[in-house]
Write a protein that binds this ligand. Sequence first.
Ligand code: 5RP
Length: 246
Amino acid sequence: MYKFLYSLLHYLAGGSVEQQEMKKQAADKAVQYIEDGMTIGLGTGSTVEFAIKKIGEMVKTGLHIEGVPTSLKTKRFATELQIPLTELDDRTEIDITIDGADEVDSNLNLIKGGGGALTREKIIAYHSKKVIIIVDETKIVKGLGCDCALPVEVTRFAWAATKKTLEKLGCTAELRKIMDEAFITDNQNYIIDCEFGKIADPETLEKDINNIPGVLENGLFIDLVDEVIVGSKQGMMTLERQNIVQ
Ligand code: 5RP
């Protein structure tokens, strides 16, 4: 419970000034991959907002791209910046997706969904030729689940039964609430935040959770990421999938 509240408050606040600087560093590097004519998946969260702002500036000075937003919040933000937008259904593939993460492990697997956009984020990432994750150094963990709860998007119908079934997988589960009201996703569903502690086998857990009827998607992103750009106090660092021996 406290872990989740802490993450949420931190999420809403966007982190310390130092953390903001690290996020911006990573975002500035990520947008360098963008080329004229590309379709760009636009992630959700305070880190990726730095990248979206930069893309807005690039569009103003003549870059031609189309963005595919992963949430209504990102859609509003990109629209304000006059970034041309399109839908995944109107494209066969997305060239590059830039998104944030709540936790990143040494295999470049992630926990995402602090902002509740995990289902759309995973769909967009899955259909992208290249997925770049931008984070500050606080998001790099030794094991997924150590510092944050795993968000799971579930149908509102029978959500309490789904929650009980999730708990049988070994977690403490909590319906996400904002000011005493259940948080509603862009897909009109609920989020159940599941505290597992260190997740020993993220690949299996991702599948086991998604096998539960009533679960739409969970925040474990396995083998979806090509590159993680980490803003840190020591400067920027890039972690690439091709360098990972599994
Ligand atoms: C939203 C997400 C975000 O990418 C994740 O929560 C990171 O957010 P931030 O960049 O604000 O720390 O998964 O669903």
